[in-house]
Design a protein around this ligand. Structure first.
Ligand code: AP5
Length: 214
């Protein structure tokens, strides 16, 4: 089993980069944010538990996250290659992931830190639009659909994520600094941190990450 992690602030482009890497490699994309949004939409007990935290831009409790990731990994195969996006986000989650991988004789192979200036991040999140039908991600000016508010891929309507309002974005950035940024040092000490300049175009950032993928 192989495991790589995309680490970076909200809006750094983790999901966009993951899509580029997924299509060019055999990595399986695991986004805890996407898993939680699916659970909220379906109204499952996990979704009901997560909803208020997500709307406020706070982290969902570790035990909920570790349960859904554990359930997902239990469905996998020993030679799967996983690309985690938005997980881990706390030291407790990182240590739990290490323990899970150790039981499978695996370890985190590389952690890609997506570096983007904060003003760029705020503009990316305020302009983000997502397809209701297939989940494709656009940006009103950076990556616009051919027809305004209509998905190029499936013709679905585009919407703005509720946690992309200005007030919630600012809280998510604070939460990142307070609870997640310490993971940079955690993985740097392990010698697996790889820095990627993600303030460039999606194509350039994807090419840089692919060139650094071991
Ligand atoms: P999650 O869905 O993980 O959100 P996030 O980390 O805040 O990241 P985003 O999805 O907002 O941004 P992204 O980095 O993927 O950027 P994107 O590619 O979309 O989590 C949401 C919530 O769920 C959390 O707040 C929390 O409540 C909960 N949660 C999830 N995981 C959790 C965990 N492990 N523990 C606890 N709670 C958890 O790009 C953003 C925009 O920029 C898009 O419009 C895109 O088109 C554009 N863009 C991207 N790249 C570029 C580029 N290179 N150039 C120009 N534009 C670009």
């Amino acid at each position: 089993m192989k495991a790589i992690i995309l680490l970076g602030a909200p809006g750094a482009g983790k999901g966009t980069l993951a899509e580029g890497v997924r299509t060019a490699t055999e990595y399986i994309h695991i986004s805890t944010g996407d898993m939680l949004r699916t659970a909220v939409k379906a109204g499952t007990p996990t979704g009901l538990e997560a909803k208020s935290y997500m709307e406020a831009g706070e982290l969902v409790p570790d035990e909920v996250i570790l349960r859904i990731v554990g359930e997902r990994l239990a469905q996998g195969n020993p030679d799967d290659k996983y690309m985690f996006d938005g997980f881990p986000r706390t030291l407790e989650q990182a240590r739990a992931l290490d323990a899970t991988l150790e039981k499978l004789s695996a370890a985190v192979n590389q952690v890609f830190l997506l570096e983007v200036p904060t003003p760029v991040i705020v503009s990316r999140l305020s302009g983000r639009r997502i397809c209701k039908g297939c989940g494709a991600v656009y940006h009103v000016t950076n990556i616009p659909p051919k027809v305004a508010d209509v998905c190029d891929q499936c013709g679905g309507a585009l919407y703005q994520r509720p946690d992309d309002s200005e007030e919630t974005v600012l809280n998510r950035l604070e939460v990142y600094e307070r609870q997640t940024a310490s993971l940079i040092d955690f993985y740097d000490r392990k010698g697996v941190l790889v820095r990627v300049n993600a303030g460039t175009t999606p194509q350039e950032a994807t090419a840089e990450m692919l060139s650094k993928l071991a």
